[in-house]
Design a protein around this ligand. Sequence first.
Ligand code: SF4
Length: 398
Amino acid sequence: MNRSDRLETLVGGAQFDVCSYSAGMTSGYSGRSPLRFIYRAALPGGGTTPLFKVLLTNVCVNDCAYCANQSGRDCPRFAFQPDELAKLFMELHAKRLVKGLFLSSGIAGSASRTQEKMVNVVEILRQRYEFKGYIHLKILPGAPFDCVEAGCRLADRVSLNMEAPTAHHLARLSSKKNLHQGIVERMRWIKQVMSNNEGLVRSGQTTQFVVGAAGETDRDILHTTSALYNELELRRVYFSAFSPVWRSPLEDHSPTSPHREHRLYQVDWLLRVYRFSPQEIELALGEKGNLPITKDPKLLIAQRQPWLFPVDVNRASYDELLRVPGIGPVSASRIIEARKGHSISSVEQLKKMQVVTKRATPFIWFQGMLPSEKQATFLPQLDEEVLPQTPVLAGCLT
Ligand code: SF4
């Protein structure tokens, strides 16, 4: 099999791994263009960067039901040798087609042997080719500590996919994976290596959930997400809406709506950036434990706590401002900065500070605010869904 055919398969097989919010974006090229192998990953500060996202092999001993590479699936299987893959990456890099590598793999034989080869690819890039750019290395479930540590010393980002939020849900997807020993234990090792060696893995540790494959609720996912941020200090959790793979055990399973994935990302943002508590997030969930597809979760959380509003924009703390729909970290900081010089006394001033006033005005107040500026008063929508009585998100991983 020639190199191009192997590339097609091993780049295609890597598409199920999410490495950024927009990692599903391909370059848009097809046919014989080498650009079809390139993914554009979103950067934290905005913009994207071209990554070569590839599997070392699509051979796998595991049977994850959602995955195109699972052992029982009848499909062509290929592998690269470490030095061959490193050389190929450097060719793409020399042509300025890619700036970084995202390396994942199926588990060929054993996790330790496969992880060793993956680390070897990165070693060759760093040592033989002196490549200093971005490398995201996937850590395999069951990989030994020395390989995990070596990977952390070489890569900018490492990730280990959890795929399902509880052991019970993971068991529905795979008869081989063990959530606590195979996955969470390795995540703890990564945290330990990072905290013992300042400056390693500068882009942090991440994970991914396949959303909707195991019948889990958004509450299950957000419960574990919250614990991953708080206990294991993950940099990011990614969500990938389940999409059935042809000739896999879940090929007849309905795909998950991308709107569900989008709502999970919105709440992830509230947890991670706005520092909403798990109890506040709980307010956005319906009685079946899912986020309403048709409603913005931040708006819903505000509507369900009417006693907190309206907030006085001239006196409210940063955290109080952040809870107002239409006010984000940038506009909250601008409001606080502007107040040092003068009071805020018009909607126009707020617009200039990037407040989305159409959303914010029902929730804010300032001296001299005109009744017409308040727009429609919001009504708490307590009748739509029963509020949960006991917050359950503040759990832990063990
Ligand atoms: S371990 Fe599971 S998800 Fe990963 S390649 Fe193998 S079958 Fe796919």
